[in-house]
Design a protein around this ligand. Structure first.
Ligand code: GRF
Length: 216
């Protein structure tokens, strides 16, 4: 995708991480190259050691750490105030391992998205994170996997799916090899999806229909 000049002002983005931040880096590069009409206003981590914090600091992006150990159950309330101070158009969970509480979801409903390293709804839910996901795909003998970006709702990896990208599972793949192949696809998917969201090409109408179907 070529970068381009946008007429509309950039959307305000807040990114939540817990680890290396390679998806965050893809978003930073996408914004810098003009592929995303957005500006990452803050990076928040649940883990003070997250390498993604260094990526943000090197780019001059304000960073915050809200660990469960330090904040306990008050974490999300404190985090919500910081997030709100940036008036985000979108809040992107990019490898964020914390569970977002219902009040935080309600306050920013349809603004919070998550990237998951599998083709949801398969291989999603409480125990499916990190290498466990790829282990399960290989154990099941699936021939394809992939990555999914979805809205965050009160469930775990259950919100409305926005976009997915498939990845082939090759004979002899180890979970680590598959994880690397999926992660490369995630980096493309997250930029394409956030670009579409910032351009207003993904309508909330679809979401309301989805939530009505779920009896919300
Ligand atoms: C990615 O595989 C993402 O799908 C999952 O956690 C991993 C984060 O990787 N939720 P990174 O921190 O973006 O490198």
């Amino acid at each position: 995708m070529k970068g381009r000049k946008y007429s509309a002002p950039p959307k305000s983005l807040v990114v939540l991480i817990s680890g290396s931040g390679s998806n965050l880096q893809s978003l930073m590069d996408g914004c810098a190259a003009g592929r995303i009409n957005g500006r990452i206003k803050a990076v928040i981590s649940s883990n003070a050691q997250a390498k993604g914090l260094v990526r943000a600091q090197n780019a001059g992006i304000p960073t915050y750490v809200f660990s469960k150990a330090e904040y306990g159950d008050a974490r999300d309330a404190k985090m919500a105030e910081v997030i709100a101070s940036f008036s985000p158009d979108f809040i992107i969970l990019a490898g964020y391992l914390g569970i977002i509480s219902p009040p935080l979801i309600e306050r920013f409903r349809y603004k919070i998205i998550n990237i998951h390293p599998a083709l949801l709804p398969k291989y999603g839910g409480k125990n499916f994170f990190g290498i466990n996901v790829h282990n399960a795909v290989i154990q099941a003998g699936d021939k394809k996997s992939g990555a999914t970006v979805h809205y965050v709702d009160e469930g775990t990896d259950t919100g409305l799916i926005i976009r997915r990208k498939k990845v082939r599972v090759m004979p002899g793949d180890t979970p680590e090899v598959l994880q690397k192949r999926v992660l490369k696809k995630e980096h493309i998917l997250i930029v394409e999806t956030v670009r579409a969201l910032c351009n207003g090409n993904i309508r909330a109408r679809k979401i309301y229909k989805y939530d009505r179907r779920k009896g919300k």
